[in-house]
Write a protein that binds this ligand. Structure first.
Ligand code: COA
Length: 332
């Protein structure tokens, strides 16, 4: 597709809480072992936001402040903030509103976007459209989740997986041949029953019963989610390569959603990619839902070179999944 204005990621930053929850810690909470968790998921530890008065907006704001200070940009220069999250501070106002108030983004509009672990990709594509249409000059996309607020720490199937964190990118227009090149985003709503938070919405408002039934925690049918994730994430990554006539040797980096090392390996194998080209930090942070991909970009930023072909790929609740192909826009 030819277009006059392209959208590029022009800065990236992240924020994770200091407190670590290690596999060893989890063995004191549920019947599990470091060996089981490591071999089944690749996770060694996750970060947890302990302060009960701080949540997703707090982590997002810290990540965005770091992002803006890197580029010496003031918060009131931002046109739009999109917050991808499944753990909003409240159902309303939006977490984006809370973030804007916290950082002083007084000339911006913003909203939350819910697509679970694919949230960052869906938000990135949405933000890019505002840039490509010429209606915004500076868009911030933040993927942020305080998963510890919805994890049942007596459920060994889910408590081993998730962690807290936030990652943010700045989007700006470019006339150079870099930036976001293509995207494939998908939803199959028939997957809705396999990964969900049942209560707290308008269908099952909070009540003593919903609390007693533990319906405010993540429910996951791990086996089914795993089966779909392995095939869909690999399929969509291969599809975007084919569509753009990319061979494995053309790709500099795969940035996979960090849900499970086995899902990441399957995707990389399907793409024919060498391990050296895959960003993996799941061992340190676990699955931070909407934050995994920007946290990877943040940690690898110094290694990225202008023109690098990068594939982002994710799968999550909904089911949602997708891939974005971009050319990195700057040298650090
Ligand atoms: C959750 C997940 C790690 C479980 O791994 P698995 O290989 O599917 O394990 P199973 O569910 O088949 O369980 C195998 C056995 O281990 C047990 N088990 C489950 N969790 C365990 C844990 N934390 N420690 C030890 N044993 C555990 C099960 O009870 C089961 O025992 P059984 O055979 O006696 O019934 C895996 O299904 C997964 O990663 N799913 C996708 C999760 C995901 O990515 N979610 C986010 C989507 S974006």
């Amino acid at each position: 597709m030819s277009k006059n204005l392209s959208c590029a990621i022009t800065a990236v930053a992240g924020w994770v809480p200091d407190t670590k929850l290690t596999n060893e810690d989890l063995t004191n909470m549920v019947e599990t072992s470091d060996e089981w968790i490591t071999t089944r998921t690749g996770i060694k530890e996750r970060r947890i936001l302990k302060d009960p008065d701080k949540a997703t907006a707090y982590m997002s704001s810290r990540a965005i402040e770091r992002l803006l200070s890197k580029r010496n940009i003031k918060a009131n220069e931002i046109d739009l903030i999109i917050c991808a999250t499944v753990t909003p501070d409240m159902l309303f106002p939006s977490t984006a509103s809370i973030i804007m108030d916290s950082i002083g983004a007084t000339n911006s509009f913003g909203f939350d976007l819910s697509a679970a672990c694919s949230g960052f990709l869906f938000a990135l594509k949405t933000g890019a459209s505002y840039i490509e249409s010429g209606s915004c000059q500076k868009v911030v996309v933040v993927g942020s989740d305080k998963m510890s607020s919805i994890v049942d720490y007596s459920d060994r199937q889910t408590c081993i997986i998730f962690g807290d964190g936030a990652g943010a990118v700045l989007l700006e227009p470019t006339k150079e041949p870099v930036g976001i090149q293509d995207s494939i985003l998908k939803v199959d709503g028939s997957g809705k029953q396999y990964l969900k938070q049942i209560a707290g919405g308008s269908l099952r408002p909070s009540s003593h019963k919903t609390v007693d039934n533990k319906e405010h925690y993540i429910f996951q049918d791990g086996k089914t989610v795993f089966k779909f994730a392995v095939s869909k994430m690999a399929d969509v990554a291969a599809e975007i390569m084919q569509k753009n006539k990319l061979k494995a040797e053309d790709i500099s980096w795969l940035v996979p959603h960090q849900a499970n090392l086995r899902i990441i390996d399957a995707t990389a194998r399907r793409m024919g990619l060498d391990n050296k080209k895959i960003m993996i930090n799941i061992q340190k942070y676990g699955n931070t839902t909407a934050a995994t991909i920007p946290l990877c970009l943040w940690e690898w930023e110094k290694k990225l070179k202008k023109g690098d072909n990068i594939i982002l790929a994710a799968f999550g609740g909904g089911f949602t999944w997708g891939a974005i192909y971009l050319k990195w826009a700057y040298n650090s």
